[in-house]
Design a protein around this ligand. Structure first.
Ligand code: C6P
Length: 414
């Protein structure tokens, strides 16, 4: 049994909380309630200590030196790649490219695969649920190549209109890029169905897994997606690193994304040859310490158990949804049956920003605004929402504290 479970085999939330130093503080004179996990989750001690150990004990550049520290750092860096390969069930470690995060992963594919394979008149399908990171890179390459972007509409409950999606697919569709779960509404998308339909017309599929990585099982082979991008910092890992999965055959055929050290085999002024994957896509000194920390974050998730985490977070979401729905003039935005632990709402007559500030005064951290999904906010005719997003260390008492705060805000403002 895991150390984070009680003798009855259920998660021991107090024990889990004890792994996260940042949670144990007062903010504005009140115990911190951290409900901004979709923006970035907090880091367990083991991640913080691992990064510290690297800098204190074996900081060295990787793949270059033959000295002991360089070898130790290289080994730890490559071990992390193996852990991430298993985490998303890729077939080979070479299919895992370390990036700065999801944003860079998507830009890499749009820039390298997109530039090489898109031509005038081709079509890219994205969805109305996308984060700007999965919109703008496609707009840049579409503009350059004369391709068109088509958008899967979003239904009133925050799910995708799958009939409309299928009618958008044609032999001109070259790329489909959608998220696994929406950051603003929490909707879990039927990615397997999306991928299969896209493959039916010969298109390649990129899945933005930023919001899925901490909550949903990911099996890139079973999904048969062509690319899958994640960020470490949303899975209890450090900021500034993430991973992009790509199928070997696609990665091998793609041109480099950036030029520099590490991504080459041989350089002369006449001709340069490129390194094998994944190094072809890892130009320059990477974020070594954080990549090593990323591994520990994944190990932490594996140790607690992603399925147990997801079940507990779903319990929190249901509890919060029920309580929040009773608040006066409350409108929940995003009511899909299948959601990750994201609760988005507006209260008529009170600006989300004001709600966010007043909750912060009570120690409750939520995100307010458009959450980098402006087209989605336009779809619902709103400027933004208040978003509470839950992680495994949150509790029902914390939700009560937020609900109490919201009720006071409504009484005060109305
Ligand atoms: N969403 C949020 O508060 P980066 O910044 O590269 O780690 O992740 C970008 C990104 C891409 N796709 C989705 C679905 C996301 O949710 C995010 C990041 C944060 O919702 C910060 S805007």
């Amino acid at each position: 049994m895991s150390e984070t479970q009680t003798t009855k085999g259920i998660l021991d939330i107090d024990k889990i909380r004890s792994h996260f130093p940042v949670l144990h503080q007062q903010v504005n004179g009140k115990p911190l309630v951290y409900f901004d996990n979709a923006a970035t989750s907090q880091k367990p001690k083991v991640v913080i200590e691992t990064i510290n150990d690297y800098y204190e004990g074996y900081n060295a550049n990787i793949h270059r030196g033959i000295h002991t520290l360089a070898e130790k750092a290289t080994k730890a860096f490559e071990e992390s790649r193996k852990t991430i390969k298993s985490f998303i069930n890729a077939n080979e470690t070479e299919e895992i490219i370390f990036t700065k995060g999801t944003t860079e992963g998507i830009n890499l594919v749009a820039s390298s695969y997109g530039r090489k394979n898109l031509s005038e008149g081709d079509e890219i399908i994205i969805s109305g649920l996308e984060h700007h990171s999965n919109i703008v890179p496609w707009q840049i390459v579409a503009e350059e190549k004369g391709a068109t972007i088509k958008v899967i509409p979003v239904l009133a409950d925050g799910t995708l209109d799958m009939e409309a999606y299928k009618s958008l697919l044609t032999d001109k569709t070259k790329i489909v890029a959608v998220n696994h779960a929406s950051n603003s509404l929490g909707t879990i998308n039927p990615v397997k169905e999306i991928i299969d339909a896209a493959h039916g017309v010969g298109a390649k599929v990129l899945i933005d897994g930023a919001q899925a990585a901490a909550h949903l099982p990911i099996d890139v082979q079973a999904l048969d997606c062509d690319f899958y991008a994640i960020s470490a910092h949303k899975v209890y890992g450090p900021t500034g690193t993430g991973a992009l999965y790509g199928k070997r055959t696609l990665l091998e055929a793609m041109p480099p994304y950036q030029g520099g050290g590490e991504m080459i085999k041989h350089v002369s002024f006449e001709k340069t040859t490129y390194n094998d994957i994944p190094y072809k896509f890892e130009a320059g000194t990477p974020n070594i310490g954080d990549v090593i920390g990323f591994q520990k974050a994944i190990e932490f998730v594996n140790e607690v158990g992603k399925a147990s985490m997801a079940a507990y977070e779903s319990e929190l979401l249901n509890y919060a949804t029920e309580k929040v729905a009773k608040i006066q003039d409350m409108q929940l935005i995003g009511t899909a049956k299948k959601k990750v632990s994201v609760l988005s709402f507006v209260i008529e007559g009170i600006h989300p920003f004001d709600i966010g500030q007043m909750l912060d005064a009570r120690g409750v951290a939520v995100r307010t605004g458009h959450h980098c999904t402006e087209p989605l906010m336009d779809r619902f005719g709103i400027e933004g929402t208040v978003r509470a997003s839950f992680a495994v260390y949150n509790t029902k008492e914390e939700i009560d504290s937020m609900v109490d705060g919201l009720n006071r805000i409504v009484r005060f403002m109305k």
